[in-house]
Design a protein around this ligand. Structure first.
Ligand code: CAA
Ligand code: NAD
Length: 303
């Protein structure tokens, strides 16, 4: 088990137990890479069905990783899967799962009030010095931390990218109140997962999403105006800009609900910024439950 024994302040704990709240696209990926790196992980969601689906997707993803990394060593590949799965537990109670956590990573839906109320629950049981981190795409980390003022010195952002097992970046977000020691622990934790960690200021969308999400929405607006088809926009950006996925396909991949929550939040905060204006087409798809890859249907039909 990986443990870090850097010189931390009295109140910080070395990380061995990680609780991940929200077992959707992101939470299941964060739980997977943490368990793969030797941490004891508890993954939390609202019911057994969601947790079962997440565990199944982790197993499938791990098998892909094992097959790729240990192509000619099937025995070791099997062990990678079984050892990782043995590091993973599930729970339906965030408060219980936080009781012995060294780090809690929150990856529930992109909603400020929901996240804040969750932090208050966690605060009632998490040990002193436990690190609190949000995987939010667009909300202010300091704004989230307002819910638990006594946790501000150990509260930061850990922003992973989808699909977590493949994407090599974590944005580590600093607030004015986080201690240097806690911030360094978040950087070290990200690196221990084999990711590159980029420190970020607590500004809307940090680095990647401030650039990426308006680009995705601009592509939807292009489609809305009838300037090009979805397929042509995607082919053009794949072949003309060398992106692995075009923007319409990527919006489906991220989740149209998540893309909409991000834009709605920014539009409410910055109503005059043209780039953050809502899109009728995006709103309609979300209203119809066409959320993209995770529901099998968005702009495209997914297997
Ligand atoms: N688990 C494990 N491995 C996976 C995986 C998963 N969930 N998804 C893909 N892989 C692996 C595959 O096994 C494959 O490995 P090989 O090269 O050995 O075959 C490799 O990744 C490539 O996968 P595929 O061949 O299936 O497909 P691809 O080449 O089209 O790649 C992709 C898929 C990695 C998703 C690629 O299309 C891509 O990088 N897309 C862009 C993703 C992106 O931009 N993500 C950021 C979104 S924004 C965000 O996350 C922030 C936010 O807050 C909204
Ligand atoms: P998702 O809809 O796939 O998963 C969210 C999960 O949270 C669901 O399973 C839901 O049941 C669960 N949940 C809701 N309330 C809960 C509660 N009170 N307790 C426990 N679980 C609860 O969403 P996602 O795409 O995984 O996004 C999660 C977070 O990560 C959001 O803040 C999002 O902005 C951020 N994010 C998303 C992406 C992306 O590409 N989708 C990338 C980086 C960050």
């Amino acid at each position: 088990l990986r443990q870090f024994s850097l010189q931390y302040t009295m109140s910080s704990r070395s990380i061995s137990k990680v609780t991940v709240i929200g077992a959707g696209l992101m939470g299941s990926g964060i739980a997977q890479v943490s368990a793969q790196s030797g941490y004891q992980v508890t993954l939390v969601d609202l019911n057994e069905q969601l947790l079962g689906k997440a565990v199944q997707s982790i197993q499938t993803s791990l098998e892909r990783v094992a097959k790729k990394q240990l192509k000619d060593r099937p025995e070791e590949a099997k062990q990678l899967v079984s050892k990782t799965m043995a590091n993973l537990a599930t729970s339906q109670s965030a408060a219980d799962a936080a009781k012995s956590a060294d780090l809690v990573v929150e990856a529930v839906v992109e909603n400020l009030e929901l996240k804040r109320s969750l932090y208050r629950q966690l605060d009632s049981t998490a040990p002193a010095g436990c690190l609190f981190a949000s995987n939010t795409s667009s909300l202010g980390i300091a704004e989230l931390a307002e819910a638990v003022p006594n946790r501000k010195p150990t509260f930061g952002g850990l922003h992973f990218f989808n699909p977590v097992p493949v994407m090599r970046l974590v944005e580590v977000v600093r607030t004015p109140d986080i201690t240097e020691a806690a911030f360094n622990q978040l950087l070290e934790f990200s690196r221990s997962l084999g990711k590159s960690a980029v420190p970020c200021k607590d500004t809307p969308g940090f680095i990647v999403n401030r650039l990426l999400v308006p680009y995705l929405t601009e592509a939807v607006r292009m489609l809305e105006r009838g300037d090009a088809t979805a397929e042509d926009i995607d082919t053009a950006m794949r072949l003309g800009a060398g992106h692995p996925m075009g923007p319409i396909e990527l919006a489906d991949y991220v989740g149209l609900d998540t893309t909409k929550f991000i834009m709605d939040g920014w539009h409410a905060k910055f109503p005059n910024v043209e780039l953050f204006k809502p899109s009728d087409m995006l709103n309609k798809l979300v209203e119809e439950g066409r959320l993209g890859r995770k529901t099998g249907l968005g702009f495209y039909k997914w297997d």
